[in-house]
Every structure is written in C-alpha cells, then in structure tokens.
Design a protein around this ligand. Structure first.
Ligand SMILES: Cc1cc2nc3c(=O)[nH]c(=O)nc-3n(C[C@H](O)[C@H](O)[C@H](O)COP(=O)(O)OP(=O)(O)OC[C@H]3O[C@@H](n4cnc5c(N)ncnc54)[C@H](O)[C@@H]3O)c2cc1C
Length: 610
C-alpha cells in the first residue's frame, strides 16, 4: 500500500517523531562523549521545564579551571560549534568531581532491575520475523514513485538509447538487490522500455589498504547478490579491472541503452565515475543515484557543513520526503538475449592481489541475509540498551551493523525504518538515528565537499594552527607503525583495543576515539598519526575505507566537526582523552583481560571457500 493518503497520514506522526529524535541541538557535542552522561543529561533536560534553561556542563578546559577564577579564552572555533556551554570530553569528565563515581552505564542499566521493556523474543517474535515483515512492506510499496531528487545525470543526454538491448546498473558502493534505489530506478527504466535488466560489478585487484578480510566479505556478499539476481531474471556480470577501462567497452558490446550507478564520495570511486563518463558513448545516459544516504548527499546540503549542528536541521527537514518505504525489485519480465558468464567464486577469491595475513572473522557473516539477521538481533536484544550503554566497550549495546552498511549489503534507510517501528525505546531510537542518519550522512558530506578529507591540510584553520604550534612538543612515547599494529605500547587498554581490531575486524566505537587520539600522542607528527590511523583502520577494520573512517580519524586527530578545547601539549586545542577518564567510564581491566590473550595479526583461515 503506497498511496499518497498513507504517506500523508504517517507524515505527521513520523515528522513529530523525527523532530524529537533528531532535531535536539543538545545532542551535537555529546556524540563522541560518554553516552552515560549524555543520556543522564538528556533525561534531566526532558524533566526540566524549558524555561529553566538547565545549566549545561562546560567544556573540559573551562570547567577544570572554574575554581581558579580566570577562564581560558574560547579556543578557535568553539563559539561557532557550540553557541554556548559544552559538556566535557569523554576522557576528561568527572576528573575534578572527586566524589563518588557513577557506575559504568552498562552495569547500571542492567543491574538496576528497573522496569525494562520486554525483549522482542519475549514479545513472541520468532527468529526470521524481520525478513518476513520487510518482504511484506516492500511488496506493499511496489510501484511507488521514484523520487527523482535521488538521481543526477552525469551525461548530457537523458534519453535512453533507442534500439538497445538492455539497461545496466553498475553496482559499486551499494552491493545489494533489495532496498537499493539505484537498482529500483534501473528496473523502472528497463520496464518502461520493455528491456532486459543487467547488473555489473567491477572488481579492482586492490583498493586503498583493504586486505583479504574486506575483499572476502565483499565478494561473498556479491555472491549472494548474483544468486538473487538470477532468481529475479536479472543478469549479473562480474568485470575485472578498472571501471574506466572495462565498463564503456562492455556497455558498447552489449548494446545497453542506459547506465545507472550508485554514489560514493571517496576520491577513487569519483575518479572511476569521471573515467567511465569520458569513455561512454555520448548517446547513452549515465545516471547516478545516491542509494546509500537516506537524504541524497547533494540534497541534504550543497556545501561543506561545519558539523552535526549545521546539517541536522537540513536532514531532519527532508526526512519526511526521503525516509519513505522502499519498493520491491521484482522478477524482471523481459528476458536477456545475452546471459551473464557463470562465475567461479573460488577462483575469483584466489586471484586477489591483497594481503592475506588479515583474515576473515567469525562474528560477521557476509551478505545481505546475514546483515538482516544482525539487524534483527539488534532490534530484539541490543537496541534497548543503546541509549545508555553504547559507550561502554564491555556492554553489548551497539548494532554492529557497520560492515554491512559500509559494503551496502544493508540499506541504512531500511535499518532506520525498521528501528523506528520499535516502541517504548524512544531514547535509544533517537540516539541510534542520530548516529546512523545524521553522523553517517555528515561524513559523506565531508568527503564529498572536502577533497582533502584524509589529510591534515583538510582540517579547519584553527586546528591546523594549533597542531602546527604543538608539532615540536616532546613526546613521552614514540611508536612505529609496526609496534602500533602489533599492540606493543605501554598502554594495556590501547593494546587491547588494537587486538580487538585485529582479531574481530572491528573496534568498539568508544575506543576508536581513544585509539586514534593516542596515535596522535605517540607519533612524531599529526601527519604521521593520521596516516597510521587511516592505514590501520582501512587495513584491519571490516568497515574501513569508508567516509565514516576518514571523518572518525580526522575528528580524533584534527578536530573535524568538533571545537577547540583547553590547550595542552601535543594536542593543542584538539580534544583530549586519557586512560584515567576511560577508567571512570567503564571497567577498563575487564576489557583488557578479555583481549590480553590475542597477540598478533590474525593469520586465521584465508582459504578461498565460498
Ligand atoms: C577513529 C575512528 C575511526 C572510525 N572508522 C570507521 C570506519 O572505518 N567505518 C565506519 O563505518 N565507522 C567508523 N567510525 C565511526 C563509528 O565508530 C563506527 O561507525 C561504529 O563504531 C560502527 O559500529 P556499529 O555499527 O556497531 O555502530 P552503532 O553505534 O551501532 O551505529 C550504527 C551506525 O551508525 C553509523 N555511525 C555510528 N557512529 C558513527 C560516527 N561516529 N560517524 C559516522 N557514522 C556513525 C555507522 O554507520 C554505524 O554502523 C570511526 C570512528 C572513529 C572515532
């Protein structure tokens, strides 16, 4: 059921929910800080009448010096980002309180015995319920109009070539069949012209620092895509090599009448697009659809945004238009005269020229089905703890969805729609939506509009200046990239976090901040710190090579989307985090013990079985 009526009806309630969930400006600076304190504060705010003006905690530097009387000047851009008083950075908060420390959020939340919403399982859901529900929702939405703001023409011609033999979707960032606006649009074009539908993927032998771990995850996901395409009478082709070299010839040889692709703001994929654009025949429309963001990147904002505070309202305003149900990609009724070459996936995996020392991990099974199962387990078991426990690395409160979101095996729009159906956990839904929609889409904005997204020179002026001023500060510890990769520092928490990354292919979100900031502290320059952090993240993390990763490293080391804080050695005005601060947030020893046994890079199973 996808009538205008139902869209309008739900718009009011959805809008109200979204406004509550996303537009609270107070969530901005709390993003990277302690969720426990953040949530305590937001609960408090809800209880306080608006007029009370609820006094906000000050930034670390300001608070730390409160008793001393004179305040430091606002650092760099502080006024701009905050417009007022800020909470302290995670690692710093609580330092001067001296008094009784609150228990880590996770321990509290679960010990309290307070009234918790029932887990979904107890509400009578059977395993696999999510997929069934989603199938029905997609079917109901079948035939919904495609919002053309999701696309942009990369070619001068917009008219499908007449007398052609099919429409091609060049799949790149969004490696899934369902919930994929690019494929939906390609199918609509093909249906309108009564043409067969084809999907292709261009496999490049190397991509940035990605290793076997990420490639295997991606290829096994693509194997599922190929199977699903086959079941829908859509031809799936795997091309190998640079898209600019192979794709235009492939299009000409197959006589395709239009090419649709998805959107990725990173440098290399943008170069691929340019090269394909240059070599495609001029009578073929080349169309790009942003199938990754809920609000298309170019619609959310046409410029580089300063931070979450400046993009949140823009995204929120557009959500009623874009956060719609997603229609089904159905069996394609027009058979292709040319069928795709059968694929030997084992051979494909063994032909990779990537580092096999970084092996696969057990907990994250590749493919959309496994991603949906992970989403189901999040909704059933972890979502209700998200608001309170998400910054406690000992608690299982995160979605763990980033590997599937990064590869596009899951659609963020589907995830957010499903999560928003959950009632009685509105605080968790709100904070999760902030991460998944606002923060994720802000990262795309940063990479799309700032071509130096992975370089210190891409930082704000105040941050470059402060880092430069402190670049010669003496460092108590200096580690090489190899020492860091092998978790051989003096800091057992850092080593444990690094071991988690090595062995599980994903580090807890809270520790990622601490991890990157310590790299700044323990290397010779911010440039070296940034390049090591990006290298390790891209090489070891299943969700690496992603705008979120570049922004995460740039936030931690170069203050992107953040503000200036009280000045200190090495960091200058970049936000600081320390071990003692972590100890106050969670049981650091418990985390260290958990990863103490894992010593080296995982040499685990790099066999090619698929
Ligand atoms: C140094 C550093 C490096 C990072 N590298 C990556 C990376 O390579 N890939 C990556 O996807 N994220 C990265 N992040 C952002 C964030 O830490 C991860 O998205 C999150 O830990 C993924 O785990 P999850 O899926 O369980 O997240 P959840 O907390 O469950 O969040 C759900 C989703 O929201 C999005 N999200 C959450 N936090 C952020 C954030 N801070 N910025 C943007 N989007 C966010 C992600 O898509 C995530 O999957 C990095 C952060 C830092 C500080």
């Amino acid at each position: 059921m996808c009538s205008l009526f139902s869209t309008c009806l739900s718009r009011y309630s959805r809008r109200a929910l979204l406004l509550r969930a996303i537009s609270d400006p107070n969530t901005t600076p709390q993003h990277y800080t302690s969720s426990m304190s953040a949530n305590k504060r937001s609960l408090k705010r809800q209880r306080e009448p608006a007029s009370a003006g609820g006094k906000q905690p000050k930034p670390a530097g300001e608070r730390g010096r409160e008793s001393g009387g004179k305040q430091p000047k606002p650092a760099g851009e502080r006024g701009r980002e905050s417009g007022g008083k800020q909470p302290k950075p995670a690692g710093e908060r609580g330092r001067e309180s001296g008094g009784k420390q609150p228990k880590p959020a996770g321990e509290r939340g679960r010990e309290s015995g307070g009234k918790q919403p029932k887990p979904a399982g107890e509400r009578g859901r059977e395993s696999g319920w999510l997929l069934e529900q989603v199938k029905e929702l997609r079917r109901d939405a079948k035939g919904c109009e495609f919002n053309k703001k999701r696309l942009r023409y990369l070619s001068s011609t917009q008219k499908i070539k007449q007398g052609s033999d099919g429409v091609l979707y060049w799949m790149s960032r969004d490696q899934r069949v369902q919930d994929n606006w690019a494929l939906i649009y390609a199918q609509q074009l093909a249906l309108a012209e009564e043409l067969p539908l084809h999907v292709c993927f261009c496999l490049v032998p190397r991509f940035l620092d990605a290793a076997y771990r990420q490639y295997a995850f991606m290829l096994k996901g693509l194997q599922e895509v190929a199977k699903e395409c086959k079941s829908l009478d859509i031809q799936f082709h795997l091309l190998s090599g640079e898209p600019g070299q192979n794709l235009p010839t492939f299009v000409e040889n197959c006589n395709f009448g239009a090419v649709v692709t998805d959107f990725n703001p990173l440098r290399i994929p943008l170069q691929w697009i340019e090269s394909v654009k240059k070599h495609l025949p001029s009578d073929i429309p080349f169309i790009q659809v942003d199938a990754h963001n809920v609000v298309p990147c170019w619609e959310a904002s046409e410029k580089l945004e300063y931070g979450a505070r400046t993009i949140r309202g823009k995204i929120t305003k557009l959500l009623p238009e874009f956060l719609t149900e997603i229609s089904l990609v159905d069996t394609h009724p027009h058979a292709a005269p040319q069928t795709a070459k059968p694929l030997d996936w084992e051979e494909v995996l063994s032909s990779l020229e990537v580092d096999r020392a970084v092996g696969e991990v057990d907990w994250a099974q590749p493919g959309t089905s496994a991603g949906m199962a992970m989403l189901e387990s999040f909704i059933d078991q972890r979502l209700r703890f998200f608001a309170t426990d998400r910054n406690n690395p000992n608690c299982d409160a995160l979605s763990r969805l980033s590997p599937w979101l990064h590869t596009g095996q899951l659609s963020a729009q589907r995830v957010v729609r499903q999560v928003k159906r959950e009632k009685n956990v509105s605080e968790s839904v709100a904070s999760f939506t902030e991460e998944l929609v606002v923060r994720r889409e802000l990262a795309d904005n940063f990479c799309f509009y700032n071509h130096k997204y992975d370089d210190v020179s891409g930082a704000y002026d105040w941050a470059k200046k402060t880092l430069q001023e402190h670049s010669k500060d003496s460092r108590q510890y200096l580690y090489t990239r190899e020492q860091l990769e092998n978790g051989k520092t003096h800091d057992q928490l850092w080593n444990a976090a690094q071991r988690q990354l090595v062995s599980e292919g994903k580090m807890h979100g809270f520790l990622r901040m601490y991890w990157a900031k310590k790299i700044l502290e323990w290397t010779a320059s911010p440039e070296e710190a940034l390049s090591i952090a990006i290298y390790l993240n891209d090489r070891l993390s299943l969700d690496g090579c992603d705008p979120n990763g570049y922004v995460g490293c740039m936030w931690s080391i170069c203050g992107i989307h953040d503000q200036g804080w009280a000045e200190r050695p090495i960091f200058g005005k970049i936000r600081f985090m320390n071990y003692a601060g972590c100890k106050r947030k969670f049981d650091v020893a418990q985390f260290e013990r958990k990863y103490a046994a894992i010593k080296e890079i995982s040499k685990k199973d790099t066999k090619t079985s698929v």
